[in-house]
Design a protein around this ligand. Structure first.
Ligand code: TPP
Ligand code: SF4
Length: 249
C-alpha cells in the first residue's frame, strides 16, 4: 500500500482535546509539517501562550516554554538571543496576541526579532467563553457584545498583519485561512515561508490564520467553516502582504 498522507514526524500521535470542528488542530499539523520539511525539529523551540491552544506543547515533538498573556514574543526574543542557532516560534490566539500582548508583538516586530509568529485568529476569546477580542467583527455577537460589536463604542476589528507588514523589522507577513483543502495548502506554504524568514536571518515572520470556534460562535462545525468563509475572509483579506525574498511566499 502506498501511504499518501503520513503523520508528520513532529506531530505527536495523541488525540486532540479541541472541540469538534475547531481548526487549531489543522494549524498544529501545518506547523509540524513545516518543521519536518525544513529539517529543524532538533533545534526548534516553541513558545506556547494562553487560551485553547496552549496545549500545543502536548502535540508537537519539540522543546517548549509557556509564556501566557501576550508575553510570548518577549520570551521568544530572550530565547533566540541566548540561543541564536535555534528556530524559535510563538503560537498565539487573537485574544493573547492582539489584546494583552499587543505591545509585545509590536515591539518584537519593530526590533526585527528573528522569530516566527503563528497567529490564530478566530475573532473571539475561545477558552474563556467567547468574549469580544480585538479581531471581533463589526456587529458580531459575543458574550461581552450581546447586541453585536458596535464600532462607535468598541472600535473596529484590528488587522494585525497589515499593521506589522509596514514595519522594517518584519521580513514576512501573510494571512491565510484553513477552511478548505486549497486554502490549507496555501496556509502550509505561508507557515513555511515565515519560518524561512527566520532561518535566513531576514527578520520576523508572521502568519495569521483564520480559524473557527464553533462552540463560541454557536454554530455546528460545517456552518462555522461557511461562516468563516462568508464573514471573516472579506473582513481579513488573504494573501502575502510582505515577503523580503520577493518570491511571493
Ligand atoms: C476570567 C479570565 N480572564 C482572563 C484569563 C486569561 N485568559 C486565558 S485564555 C484567554 C483567552 C484566549 O483567547 P485567544 O487568545 O483568542 O485564544 P483561543 O482560546 O481563542 O484559542 C485569556 C484572556 C482567564 N483565564 N480568565
Ligand atoms: S472553545 Fe473554540 S477555540 Fe477553543 S477548542 Fe473550542 S472551538 Fe476551539
Amino acid at each position: 500500500m502506498v501511504e499518501v498522507t503520513a503523520r508528520p514526524r513532529s506531530l505527536v500521535d495523541v488525540p486532540l482535546h479541541y472541540c469538534p470542528g475547531c481548526t487549531h488542530g489543522i494549524i498544529h499539523r501545518l506547523v509540524a509539517e513545516a518543521i519536518d520539511s525544513l529539517g529543524i525539529r532538533e533545534r526548534t523551540i516553541g513558545v506556547a501562550s494562553v487560551g485553547c491552544s496552549v496545549f500545543i506543547y502536548n502535540y508537537l515533538d519539540v522543546d517548549f516554554q509557556q509564556a501566557p498573556h501576550g508575553r510570548a514574543p518577549a520570551v521568544a526574543t530572550g530565547i533566540k538571543r541566548v540561543l541564536p542557532d535555534r528556530v524559535v516560534f510563538t503560537y498565539q490566539g487573537d485574544g493573547d496576541l492582539a489584546s494583552i500582548g499587543a505591545a509585545e508583538i509590536l515591539h518584537a516586530a519593530a526590533r526585527g526579532e528573528r522569530i516566527t509568529v503563528i497567529f490564530v485568529n478566530n475573532a473571539i476569546y475561545g477558552m474563556t467563553g467567547g468574549q469580544m477580542a480585538p479581531t471581533t467583527l463589526s456587529g458580531m455577537k459575543t458574550t461581552t457584545t450581546p447586541f453585536g460589536r458596535e464600532i462607535r463604542q468598541a472600535g473596529g476589528a484590528l488587522r494585525v498583519v497589515e499593521l506589522l507588514a509596514g514595519m522594517d523589522g518584519v521580513a514576512y507577513a501573510a494571512r491565510e485561512a484553513v477552511t478548505s483543502p486549497a486554502r490549507i495548502h496555501r496556509a502550509r506554504r505561508a507557515v513555511e515561508a515565515a519560518f524561512r524568514a527566520q532561518i535566513e536571518d531576514r527578520g520576523l515572520g508572521i502568519v495569521e490564520l483564520l480559524s473557527t470556534c464553533p462552540v463560541n460562535w454557536k454554530l455546528p462545525p460545517v456552518e462555522a467553516v461557511a461562516w468563516c468563509e462568508a464573514n471573516m475572509i472579506p473582513a481579513f483579506p488573504l494573501g502575502v502582504l510582505k515577503d523580503t525574498t520577493g518570491s511571493g511566499g
